[in-house]
Each structure stands twice: as C-alpha cells, then as structure tokens.
Design a binder for this molecule. Structure first.
Ligand code: SAM
Length: 219
C-alpha cells in the first residue's frame, strides 16, 4: 500500500471511530501528509494511529488525538490560531488548512528547525509563523487569538494564554499530572471568567516553562 492509500485508510478509521466528524477537519487530515513530519526511520509507521518519536524526548501526537483536539477547537477560515508545542509541525499544518493564520511556538530550537523544513515540504509556510520561545508566555505581538491549542501537558491554564485569548474564544489544553492529564476545552466568557469542560483522559509530554512544569521536576 502506498502513502496515499494508507492515509485514506487512516482517515476512514478515524471517521468510523467517531474521532473525525466535520468535513472540514476530514479534508484537512486528507490533505496533510503525515509521512512528511516523521523521522525517516518511522516512515512505514507514519499512518498508524499512535504517537511517534521525533527526537529530544518529544513526539508527534497520535492521529486520533490530533483529530479530537482539532474537532474540539472549531476553527474557521477567519480565525487566528496560536499553537503551543510545534513539535514536528504536523498539527500546525492541519490548523493552517482550517484557519486564516497560525502562530506556533516551540521551546526546542532544533525541533523548530525540523518543523520549518516539514511545513515547507507540505507547502504551508505562507500560513504559519514559527516562534522559538517559552510558549507558556504566549506571543503578545499577535494577540488576541480566536483559538489556542496547547499540545503538551500543562499543570493549569497558563495565565498569559488566557489573557491572550479573545472573549468568546476557545482553548484546547491537556491539564493534569506530569504524564497523564485530562483534555479540557476552556471558553473565555469574559475577561476574568472561564468555563472549563473536561473531555476525558489523555497523555502528553509535559509543558515546560514559566507557567508550566520546571525542567528539574523530571530529574
Ligand atoms: N503539535 C506537535 C506535532 O504536531 O508534532 C506535537 C507536540 S509534542 C506532543 C509537544 C511539544 O511541546 C514538544 O515539541 C515540546 O518541545 C513542546 N513544548 C513543551 N513545553 C513547551 C513550551 N513551554 N513552549 C513551547 N513548546 C513547548
């Protein structure tokens, strides 16, 4: 089976399982080739529904998690989206198919470079800006955001991210312990009012930064 056939089979599986529901997100997942975002030695596994290592103890998320988070985020073509945790750049490309513009933040410079190359191969560089910094601080220069996606496990909602979200905007974020969290949708109802809805357990690598875990929490 070639990559195209494997990708179609994966998307059919995600639809059957109920992870993919809207035609926009289905089209985005059909459009972006996951094999462009994994290290060469995992090419044959690119369309399996599981996370894969991308170096520096980090992973590209499992396709079902990308599908669930993207469906929950309800992105439309007028939205400016902020993603925390660029990793391979795959999820940023899925968002770029749905949004007007995507800003994605990565704290590990080598991964930001890896993502930059991958995003270029996917021909989506014109819609995505990669920023290298601690993403728990957000990115004030382009705030406010319609949508914020955090793809690493947080201790709580980082204050600057909530501030930089538009009123009425949504944030999807895993919150909990170091290695296991619950997936939350945060709705910013007013400047100081958030509604938090849990969508069940998940397991992400930690969000490390000023408003997240500290590196020495893991030594
Ligand atoms: N969205 C990614 C993709 O499509 O490949 C997968 C993200 S991976 C599960 C989590 C990423 O979050 C890692 O690349 C990690 O370095 C990054 N990360 C952790 N803490 C961060 C922080 N404070 N700011 C920015 N990136 C962070």
């Amino acid at each position: 089976m070639n990559f195209e056939e494997k990708k179609k089979k994966l998307v059919e599986y995600l639809i059957r399982m109920g992870y993919l529901r809207s035609k926009e997100v289905i089209n985005a997942m059909l459009k972006v080739d996951r094999h462009l975002f994994v290290p060469e030695k995992y090419l044959n596994e690119a369309y399996e529904d599981r996370p894969l290592p991308i170096g520096y103890n980090q992973t590209i998320s499992a396709p079902h998690m990308v599908a669930i988070m993207t469906e929950l985020l309800q992105v439309n073509h007028e939205h400016k989206v902020l993603e925390i945790g660029t990793g391979s750049g795959y999820h940023a490309c899925i968002l770029a198919c749905l949004a007007k513009r995507v800003i994605t933040i990565e704290r590990i410079p080598e991964l930001a470079k890896f993502a930059e190359r991958n995003i270029k191969k996917a021909c989506l560089s014109h819609k995505i800006k990669i920023v290298i910094r601690d993403g728990t601080l957000g990115y004030e220069d382009e705030a406010p955001y319609d949508r914020i996606l955090v793809t690493a496990g947080a201790k709580d909602v980082p204050e600057p991210l909530f501030k930089q979200l538009k009123i009425g905007g949504l944030m999807v974020i895993p919150i909990g312990e170091k290695l296991s969290q619950d997936l939350f949708v945060i709705i910013k109802e007013a400047e100081d009012k958030m509604k938090k809805i849990s969508y069940g357990p998940c397991a992400f690598v930690p969000l490390i930064g000023k408003y997240g875990w500290k590196e020495n929490d893991f030594q």
